[in-house]
Design a protein around this ligand. Structure first.
Ligand code: SF4
Length: 343
């Protein structure tokens, strides 16, 4: 098994009570069975509290019962009572690992950090393409978990997508449009069809439908809901800045490395690219609005919060993919037309 890391991975350290958001906020905390087995042996008031606040959620997962959107063990000093009382080694796997993400392909494993953690987001915003130099190189492909030719094809397609997204000769909206067009051809090949040029797209309705969809999502924070609503009202007049695009490139790189190879199972390379388009338009317009107001929420927090609210929600991601399948406004040519209107 070969492990691959971006160069900033090992420098990351949780900043605990100095964190401006926290993974102990807004999310249900999964408790894996091994950790729960240990908790069942803890004979103390903390052990009793852990047992009384662990339940099975609607997905069948064992989780801590949050109260007011907070993990019940996140104390008033913004520190973890389980960490303090039982030690780091007895945190549930979710708590111990976050924001570290392992994407396992059997004979190689890509390790990245999640953008939903503010400190990890800061590391990624300081990074550049060279931080991921070890990704997509000379992987040995011999796993029985996937078709080797297909994986080799997808790795090449991902490398080309990264080249397109980091093409400094073009504004980011054009890079995304190029990436969509390229991946539409990749998708044709995956579907066993001859690639053909895309038809002219139509973007007459502007970006309103993308904002409407995001407003309908399951939203955890009132601040995010208000930011989305205020941005939606002026979305088509707000201009995404070149400065934002430099930072968004880092988010797009993170996203493509984290999700593109899911296509080895889904056989769909368009989902991940279309989700980047949605993230670009929503966060880019929100950034433009917040720039006018002196950034009540910083740019890092806009991108981090998008990751937490949308990317990290299974339901919201499924809803996005379902809309891509259902709504013709998400066809590649129509999204390209929408992006071209941004330049
Ligand atoms: S979000 Fe990141 S920095 Fe904040 S508490 Fe969680 S792991 Fe630590």
């Amino acid at each position: 098994m070969r492990d691959i890391y971006p160069d900033f991975y090992r420098e990351f350290k949780c900043i605990a009570n100095r964190c401006e958001d926290s993974c102990c906020k807004d999310w249900d905390i999964d408790v894996d069975s091994e950790t729960e087995k240990f908790y069942n042996t803890v004979n103390s008031p903390l052990g009793d509290k852990i047992r009384s606040l662990t339940y099975t959620d609607e997905y069948g997962e064992r989780v801590f019962k949050s109260s007011d959107g907070r993990c019940p063990f996140w104390n008033d000093d913004m520190l973890c009572d389980i960490y303090i009382g039982l030690g780091e080694e007895h945190l549930s796997r979710t708590c111990a690992n976050f924001p570290r993400v392992k994407i396992d392909f059997g004979d190689f494993r890509e390790n990245i950090l999640s953008f939903a953690c503010p400190e990890a987001a800061r590391f990624m915003l300081k990074s550049d393409r060279s931080s991921y130099a070890d990704f997509g190189g000379d992987y040995e492909l011999e796993s029985s978990e996937y078709d080797e030719d297909n994986m080799s094809f997808l790795l090449k397609a991902r490398n080309r997508s990264v080249e397109l997204l980091t093409n400094e000769d073009e504004p980011f909206a054009y890079r995304l449009a190029d990436c969509l067009e390229f991946n539409a051809q990749v998708q044709s090949l995956l579907d066993g069809n001859e690639p053909s040029p895309l038809a002219d797209g139509n973007a007459d309705g502007g970006t309103e439908f993308i904002f409407d969809m995001h407003k309908d999502f399951e939203i955890m924070s009132d601040t995010w809901k208000q930011a989305l609503t205020k941005t939606a009202v002026r979305a088509d007049e707000l201009k995404i800045s070149a400065d934002f695009e430099r930072d968004f490139e880092k988010f797009a790189l993170y996203y493509i490395y984290r999700y593109y190879l899911e296509s080895v199972n889904s056989n769909d390379v368009m989902y991940s690219v279309k989700r980047i388009v949605c993230a670009y338009l929503v966060t880019g317009k929100m950034d433009a609005l917040f720039a006018e107001k002196g950034y009540p929420l910083s740019r890092m927090r806009i991108l981090q919060r998008y990751s937490k609210e949308v990317e990290h929600s299974y339901d919201n991601t499924e809803a996005l993919n379902a809309e891509f399948d259902r709504d013709s406004r998400f066809e590649a040519e129509n999204l390209i037309a929408l992006l071209e209107n941004e330049v």
